[in-house]
Design a protein around this ligand. Structure first.
Ligand code: HEC
Length: 151
């Protein structure tokens, strides 16, 4: 095959892939059950949750431009869909105490083990990089918040 033919073939594939429905999770701005709306969360923690977690774990995801271009869009949309299924801060008040405590426990584990935010995220969102101290502030908060649920 000629080089030119290869490039044109790739271009056609790229364009066709753009036509596949991406299944982008919807953005909802009004979330009466939101965690941050209904609870007194320290400013430092609020800002970490918003910058490092809310894109995948709330209904208020902000989609960067590359999230609209296949095949990257498939990956971004999947992370957001699965992330919301596992933990959606926008639905926080709809969970009962035991569910909330379990989620907070999961947050402590995931943040301590540096599993969250997902490894791919901070390089693309430098403000979401959490230092060891940040992780401690976040997990200490999650622990005392979990305890306060049963007081
Ligand atoms: C780029 C998207 C993304 C970001 C940002 C992100 N998460 Fe996740 N999170 C996911 C996905 C996808 C899953 C489910 C699959 C998995 O566990 O990897 C998940 C799972 C979880 C779970 C369920 C337990 C587990 O480990 O499976 C917890 C808890 C969690 N995330 C907390 C957080 C917290 C806290 C932050 C912010 C510090 C955060 N995540 C940032 C995408 C994300």
């Amino acid at each position: 095959m000629k080089k030119k033919t290869i490039w044109i073939t790739l271009l056609v594939i790229f364009i066709v892939v753009q036509l596949i429905p991406s299944g982008r999770p919807e953005v909802i701005k009004d979330n009466p059950n939101d965690l941050l709306l209904n609870n007194q969360v320290p400013t430092a923690v609020e800002s970490m949750l918003r910058t490092a977690c809310y894109d995948c774990h709330s209904n208020e995801s902000i989609y960067p431009w590359y999230a609209y271009i296949a095949p990257v869009s498939f990956l971004v949309n999947r992370d957001i869909r699965v992330g919301r299924e596992e933990l959606n801060f926008s639905d926080w008040e709809a969970f009962n105490k035991v569910e909330k405590a379990k989620l907070l426990d999961g947050i402590i584990e995931a943040v301590e083990a540096e599993e969250m935010p997902m490894a791919i995220y901070p390089p693309l969102h430098p403000e979401a990089k959490l230092s060891t101290e940040d992780r401690k502030v976040l997990t200490d908060w999650a622990e005392s918040f979990a305890e306060s649920l049963f007081e």
